[in-house]
Design a binder for this molecule. Structure first.
Ligand SMILES: C[S@@+](CC[C@H](N)C(=O)[O-])C[C@H]1O[C@@H](n2cnc3c(N)ncnc32)[C@H](O)[C@@H]1O
Length: 266
């Protein structure tokens, strides 16, 4: 792994791939993944007051932002990639709203911003971050009392079998959906280096310790309302293998900041 920061690797990676993101990325194009995202948003919104202050952290081309907008929210979308935010701006304007986008590493944004957010979403984001646990802890401090944090589309820690299945699934994805990337990935491999994609999706193959992340959120004063683990992959063959081996591949978390006033108890 090079010394380049994960945020810088993401900015570079999406400079080359943003244009194909909305047409190729599973969490955007796969109806099962869209239903998962919608289910989480529709779980969180009824627990919150009207006119929420919502933050789509690492929001990219607006997968969660557009869904929240459909439900009447006007989130702030923070991302390190100008190319991904440009896609969101184009899509949002096409349906008649002006998105509130901020170009920044989420680590800096959360440190500097003083908003008390009612909802913070991390959709397919944590595994791109240098230190996902530290960012989650920081986000927890930025929630309003009763505010909700949602994470989705992140990989669980892989044992050897899951690691192999992930590699197969990812290789199929690159070969079938983004074949233009193959030559540069193979060149990098041949020279012993990591591709910028691997540096960007820093924890995609190893996965994240979802139990430890949930424990850190609890220690930061949040109540875990939901902790889902699911068996999912891009291709039917890898999904079938995961199910046959009863191996969850991804996780989601829904956590709420305690509200001493009890105003948000529903
Ligand atoms: C897989 S995409 C997910 C985009 C969107 N949330 C979704 O659900 O489709 C990961 C996004 O995280 C952004 N990202 C990665 N690291 C970041 C960081 N440190 N700060 C802000 N954005 C970051 C990338 O630029 C990219 O847009």
């Amino acid at each position: 792994m090079s010394e380049r920061s994960a945020a810088e690797a993401n900015r570079r990676f999406y400079a080359g791939t943003a244009e194909t993101y909305d047409a190729t990325e599973d969490c955007v194009v796969d109806p099962r993944q869209q239903a998962r995202l919608r289910g989480l948003v529709e779980h969180a919104l009824p627990l919150l007051p009207p006119n929420i202050r919502a933050l789509d952290a690492c929001g990219g081309s607006g997968n969660a932002t557009m869904l929240l907008a459909e439900h009447g929210a006007r989130p702030v979308t923070v991302d390190v990639s100008p190319d991904m935010l440009a896609l969101l701006e184009r899509k949002a304007r096409a349906v008649g709203f002006e998105p509130d986008t901020r170009l920044a590493p989420i680590e800096d944004f959360l440190r500097e911003d003083e908003t008390a957010w009612d909802l913070i979403m991390f959709s397919s984001a944590l595994h791109h971050l240098e230190d996902p646990g530290a960012v989650l802890e920081l986000a927890a401090t930025r929630l309003a009392p009763g505010g909700i944090l949602v994470t989705v589309f992140d990989p669980v820690l892989a044992d050897r079998t899951l690691g192999r299945l992930r590699r197969v699934d990812y290789a199929l994805h690159v070969a079938l959906r983004t074949p233009r990337r193959l030559p540069s990935i193979l060149r990098r491999r041949a020279s012993g280096g990591e591709s910028v994609g691997a540096e960007a999706e820093r924890h995609a193959l190893t996965g994240l310790d979802d139990e430890a992340l949930a424990a850190r959120l609890e220690a930061a004063g949040l109540e875990i309302l939901g902790h889902g683990r699911y068996m999912d992959a891009r291709y039917a063959v890898t999904r079938a293998l995961l199910r046959a081996l009863r191996t969850p591949s991804g996780f989601s978390l829904v956590a709420r900041r305690y509200d001493a006033t009890g105003a948000s108890e529903k």
